[in-house]
Structure formats: structure tokens, C-alpha cells
Design a protein around this ligand. Structure first.
Ligand code: 5AD
Length: 432
């Protein structure tokens, strides 16, 4: 995991580099054909990839102001990552002991934790253990990517989604220039180092247009993260060559029957094949599912976690179902907050090194859940930097969090929350 502060390159070996943040080292990937860097240079890295070189003087200035804050934040994070294991039944303790010993859990053990831990004092311990694993693996680094939702036109008809094609709602598409202007503002004004370009499944943007958008955004010196759903494998390959190095694409559910019912004209196996291909191309992969579809069982949720792990992602992205009016699932119930927090904790147990996102769906379910999720194993967030006039039209579900607030407020709230927990945002390099 990379911080949003300048890193010093301390070793280079062809495509691999080692960077240093105040004495902590991380491995990163370089592109020797593009990255004109040498040992001793300062760089920004994101998601394990070098994104930009920084002039030495500028880097040293930034690091000077960060030094004290960096170590203060770490102390707070460490103090919050303590576990009180006395309050658990012996069978649960033995499973958690395996986690502490870095042994992998069997599906039955995951299910035993999911089904068996429901009392508040037991849940508290479960989340504490997950938080301590998060702290052990990631220290206080927390990704905070900026996300631009550039189109809400969709050719799909997913039963749960508020922007499915059948819905008669106001639609918008940003022009490539608008997208670029928003990205540039996010980089120049707020210091974002990674930008997620998300849209509904909208073929209006053909491959050539997407390639141009990616190239322009990459030129800002950021990690370009795409989230555009079902496209051909060739398109994903060509977008990678154009400079998109991370991709977010969920499989939605591992339950074949639920998938078939809720996503007409699409196949689970096709989706999985595409995700595997995206991973093989070399993308930093974010994938995951929705929690709480009707008829879903705890066993399905555990299968969702295991399928995510099998796909080898760098980032887990899952959130609760939030009903959207005007869709076939408008009267469905959302899962409880603890269902989602347990899913976060179990994901942390089975994939200790992964990034786990707190999604806006969880925030929508419960305002305080963001903090609780960060203390239950999660370590990543996305800030919506879509301009308000468009953001309010990206109605994938009702009452979406962050919709009525300015992007400045979302950034401030997120950064304040992270600092209160001793976490350092890894891609907005701002001083508290
Ligand atoms: N509740 C929660 N998440 C939803 N998504 C779409 N509709 C809903 C809903 N009603 C999620 C899907 C999609 C992502 C962009 O939003 O998982 O991949």
C-alpha cells in the first residue's frame, strides 16, 4: 500500500522498485519504458504502481511538514487496534486463534463465525480481531480514491438497480472534456493521486473515446481506475495499454440462481471469466458483491467472500442491498449493519493483505457505519467527486449518502474521520 506522500526510491531492479516512507519500505511496479527515474528520486506511488516523479525540493518540503503528523497518526492507530478476547466462547476463540497464527480458515469455520457470533460483546471482539489484522498488515494506510460517475445511461436491466434501462429517470452523459476538467480539479485542488472513472454500462462511449479519456486523465499523473462494467476483453486490454492500471468490476453474487433471476441476459460465468481476464492483463483488481439479496443465506455470503478471494483482487468492494423505488426489488429488505460488518471482518480474516472498501451503500444503511467498518477490518474509501448536478442523478439506490453534500464536505468528513482513527489517507496528500 502506498501513501499519498512522496516516497523515495531506494532500489530499482528492472520493473520492480522499492520505495521508502519515513523508514517504511514498499515494493512498487515501474514501467522502464515510461518512467524516467533513478534511485534517490522522489515519486508518488498508488496501488503498488509508480504514478509520477516529484522534484526533490518539492518532495522534501512536503515531507518536512508531514513527518510529525505521520508518526502521531500511527500511534493513534496502534492504540485503537487492541483486542480483548476474554469474552468469547472457547470454540470461537480457537477459530480466532488460527487467524492470529495466520492459518487459513475453512468454509465451515467462517460460517460458524457468521452464524454463531451475534451478541454485541462477541461482535465487538470479532471486529477488534479484524481491526488488529488490518493494522498488522497495512499499518495506518487507508486508500481514499476520488470517483467520477460520468454516465447513468445503462443498457442493462438488473432488478436491484435504480438506473436500470427500464427506469424513466433523467439521464446524463459527461463529455470527455467535462470528465477531464473534474479530474484535473481533483488532482490540482485536492491532491488526489488516484481517480476512479465509473459509469453505468453505456456503449455510447466507444473504445476509442474511452482510450482518449484514459490517456488524458493519466497525463495528470494519477492512477487511472476504471469501473465501466461489461466490455470486451480486447477493450480492457487496450484501455490498459492506454494507461488505465486499475479496474473495479463486481460479480454481484456467487449464487448462480440469484444471479440469473436478478440480471437478465447476463451470465455469472461470463462475468467471472471477464474478471479473471482483467486480473491476467495486469490490472490492480477490485471486485466483490452485494449483500442481502432476497433468499440469500449466510452460506451464500461466505461463498461470495471465497469467490472474491479466488479472483485474487487487490481490493474487496461489497455493500448492502439498498432498495431502489421503481425497481423489482423496491420492497426488499436491506441486511443489518452487523451482517455487513461481519462480512468485512471475515474478508479481512481470509485475505489479510487485501484492501477492503467501505462503500457508500453501507454509509447509506447507517451513518455511523463508516467508522465502525474502519474498525472492523476495512481500510479503503471512495469519495464522490462527481459535480452535484450529476451526482443526484446517479440513483443506483434511494437516499444515497454523500449525494446532497459538496465534494469539499465529503473530503473534509472523510479526512477528519480517518485522522480521528489515526489513519493516513493514501491518496490525498493533505495535512490535517
Ligand atoms: N443496492 C446496493 N448496491 C447496488 N448497486 C446497484 N444497485 C444497488 C442497490 N440497489 C451496486 C452494484 C453495482 C454498483 C455500481 O452498485 O453492485 O456494481
Amino acid at each position: 500500500m502506498c501513501y499519498a506522500i512522496p516516497a523515495k526510491l531506494v532500489a530499482i531492479n528492472d520493473h520492480a522498485g522499492v520505495v521508502d516512507y519515513f523508514g517504511e519500505t514498499r515494493n512498487i511496479l515501474l514501467d522502464p519504458t515510461e518512467d524516467n527515474v533513478k534511485v534517490g528520486d522522489y515519486v508518488y506511488a498508488q496501488g503498488g504502481i509508480l504514478v509520477r516523479k516529484i522534484p526533490t525540493e518539492e518532495a522534501e518540503e512536503i515531507l518536512k511538514s508531514w513527518r510529525e503528523v505521520f508518526f502521531e497518526l500511527k500511534k493513534t492507530d496502534e492504540a485503537l487496534a487492541k483486542v480483548d478476547q476474554d469474552k468469547l466462547p472457547p470454540n470461537v476463540l480457537s477459530i480466532l486463534q488460527k487467524i492470529n497464527l495466520r492459518k487459513s480458515l475453512k468454509k465451515e469455520e467462517m460460517l460458524a463465525l457468521f452464524d454463531g457470533i451475534n451478541e454485541p460483546n462477541e461482535l465487538k471482539v470479532l471486529y477488534e480481531v479484524a481491526n488488529s489484522v488490518r493494522q498488522r498488515e497495512h499499518g495506518n494506510a487507508s486508500c481514499v480514491h476520488g470517483i467520477i460517475e460520468f454516465s447513468n445511461y445503462c443498457h442493462n436491466s438488473c432488478h436491484y438497480c435504480g438506473i436500470r434501462c427500464e427506469r424513466d429517470i433523467p439521464r446524463y452523459r459527461m463529455t470527455p472534456d467535462e470528465i477531464l476538467a473534474i479530474a484535473k480539479n481533483a488532482v490540482d485542488k485536492y491532491g488526489f493521486k488516484a481517480i476512479v472513472l465509473q459509469s453505468a454500462e453505456d456503449f455510447y462511449y466507444d473504445e476509442k473515446t474511452l482510450i482518449n479519456i484514459v490517456k488524458e486523465v493519466k497525463r495528470l499523473g494519477v492512477l487511472v481506475f476504471i469501473s465501466i462494467g461489461d466490455r470486451s476483453k480486447e477493450t480492457y486490454e487496450n484501455l490498459y495499454k492506454a494507461g488505465a492500471k486499475a479496474a473495479l468490476i463486481r460479480f454481484e453474487t456467487s449464487n448462480e440462481k440469484i444471479f440469473r433471476t436478478l440480471r437478465p441476459n447476463t451470465q455469472l460465468q461470463d462475468r467471472i471469466d471477464l474478471i479473471k481476464h482483467i486480473k491476467n492483463i495486469g490490472y490492480v483488481l477490485a471486485t466483490g458483491f452485494i449483500i442481502g439479496f432476497p433468499s440469500e443465506t449466510n452460506s451464500d455470503i461466505v461463498n461470495n467472500i471465497l469467490l472474491t478471494r479466488y479472483l485474487g483482487p487487490d481490493m474487496y468492494s461489497f455493500g448492502p442491498l439498498i432498495p431502489s423505488h421503481g425497481t423489482p426489488l423496491e420492497n426488499a429488505a436491506s441486511p443489518t449493519k452487523d451482517h455487513v460488518l461481519k462480512t468485512i471482518a471475515l474478508s479481512r480474516f481470509v485475505d489479510s493483505n487485501a484492501n477492503i472498501l467501505v462503500t457508500s451503500a453501507l454509509e447509506t444503511l447507517d451513518k455511523n457505519a463508516k467508522r465502525e467498518a474502519l474498525l472492523a477490518g476495512a481500510n479503503s474509501m471512495m469519495i464522490n467527486i462527481t459535480p452535484e448536478n450529476y451526482k443526484k442523478l446517479y440513483t443506483i439506490y434511494d437516499n444515497r449518502s454523500q449525494t446532497d453534500e459538496t465534494c469539499e464536505k465529503s473530503i473534509k468528513d472523510t479526512v477528519d474521520l480517518l485522522y480521528s482513527l489515526g489513519r493516513a489517507p493514501t491518496d490525498i496528500g493533505k495535512i490535517p
